[in-house]
Every structure is written in structure tokens, then in C-alpha cells.
Design a protein around this ligand. Sequence first.
Ligand code: PEP
Ligand code: MN
Length: 334
Amino acid sequence: MIVVLKHGVAENKKQQLISWLEKQNLRVNVSEGDYQTVLGLIGNTSHVDTDLVASLAIVDSVKRITEPFKCVNRKFHPEDTVVEARGAKVGSGNFALIAGPCSVESEEQIVEVAKAVKAAGATMLRGGAFKPRTSPYDFQGLKAEGLELLRVAREETGLPIVTEVMGVRDLPQFEDVDVIQIGARNMQNFDLLKEVGRMRRPVLLKRGLANTIKELLMSAEYIMSEGCTEVILCERGIRTFDDYTRNTLDLAVIPLLHELSHLPVIVDPSHATGLARLVPPMALAAAASGADGLIIEVHNDPMSALCDGAQSLRPEEFASLAEKIRAVRKAVAE
Ligand code: PEP
Ligand code: MN
């Protein structure tokens, strides 16, 4: 349920209403916009007398949110959410260019790639330390050592780090990770979503391989219902009948998610296509469609990458793409 307050309501009257609602076992999320204040009520609102609330002098309107997702709902929080990690912002006109290798392989590799993508305009560094691989015999990531190398690269470049957590057990190692990634395969690992939500750190949530938009929003709801306010939604392609590409990129989710939710929406053209030559056109299409950012795999030597070399751009290819992304964003803003 949302309660929209009248413009210019006195602070003490607003606080009185909030305390009264909280006494009814509800959590109140206050969203202050330029023109209106919206109180989002979290919890069981079935016993709340909507007519009574609507009759209060400071209340403009009361609406029940019919969708099952509440905290992530645009109705709940009409303004765009801006997620911020070490000064890098995403959402509401702030574009995140997240780049780096699929996996952290060595100090030399991650630092070299980090420096190159930063010089090209990247705002955050990606790199997997814990890798979800289809085969247990494939490289599984450097784990704790990989996280340490990401810290080194962060120290060298100042770029915030984005890296995936695979299980609740590993979460204590992620305390100082700037953006915690939940991968496609874990999108519905509800225990993990809840634990990550309790950390109240920025989260990058990827859409599952075969999950609907509603399911993605419900997973973000799991994270936010635990108190986290900073979730970035990521479209990374879904599985369809076609096998020329690794997945099928669903770009329509960008405007759709912006309608349904206040959370920033980014696109991963690397996992969506699986082919480096398809990454630039899909990245530009996502930027033109209003994405709040991109997460792109970049490797200094794709031919010898331990994971996802075929979809990785070389640093110089990324630099040229970054320039085109800026041009496309400028063109669609005009
Ligand atoms: C990744 O970003 O490294 C990754 C494994 O992506 P996804 O979860 O989208 O497959
Ligand atoms: Mn990858």
C-alpha cells in the first residue's frame, strides 16, 4: 500500500502518521520527491483502514499495490533510484560502464585490464573470483586469492569492484566488495538473496537463464525486503531455441523494467551473445534503449583466457566501443 502526502505537509504531522503506521506492525519507506512524498508500507496491510487514512488532512491519496513486488515497484518509489559505489553512480541519468575479465587469473592480468578499461572510461571493474561453471572440471576461479587481486586492482586504479558471490558461506569475504553480483544461476537462491540483502551493500542482480521479468523483480524484492536499498537489475540474455548465440538478448526489458521499477537497469551483451563481434552492436542498442549501464567482458589476451575468451573484447576494442557508447547516449539525449 502507498500513501501519497499532500504537497508541503509539516514534518511533525508526517512523523505522527509514520509512527501510527509503524505501531500497526508496518515498515514505512519514505520516498521524498520534488513534488510529492510517498509512504510505502511494507508488511501485512490487510488490516489497514484505507478510508480512514485517506480521510486524514495531510493525505492526498491511498492506493493498494496490486503487484506482488512492493519495494522494487515504481509506485512505491516514483523517483529513479541511484546506486552508488565508491563515488560511481548508476541510475537516473548516471551511466555505469562496468568492464573487466570474466575471471581474475593473475595480478598482472587484472591490473593490466583494470588500467586499460579505466583509461577507456570504465566506471567500475568486473572480475569473477568465484566462478559458476557448467563443468566441475573447468577453472573454478581463484576464490579468496581472486578477491585479494581485485582489491589490488582497485587500489591501483580507484575503480570500485563488482564480483559474484556463489554461496552464503562465502559472504563474509565480500564485506568490502563494492557491488556484490548475484549471477544468473543464483537468481532464485532465496537464502542467498536474503543474506545479501541483510548486508545492505549495492547488489547487481542478473536475470536467470529462463526467468520471467516478474521473477526477476520478485528476486530483487527478496533482497530489498531485508533492508537493502541499492539493487541494479541486469539483463544478460535468456535461453531460447536458437543456438547461434549463447543466449537471446531481451532488450525490451529495459523500458519495461523502467516502467515497473525505480531500480537501475543494465545490460550484459557479453553473456547475452557469447561472441565478441556481436558485443559492440548489442551494447550500442542497449545504450540507445535507455539502459543505465553495461557490463562487458574485456581480456588482455582473449585467446588464452581461462573462461569466456570467445566473448571477450580486447582493451582497444573496448576503448573504441566506449567512445561509440558515449556518442549514442549523446545522440539519444538530444
Ligand atoms: C559473469 O558475469 O561472470 C557470469 C557468470 O554471468 P551470468 O551469471 O550472467 O552467467
Ligand atoms: Mn563470463
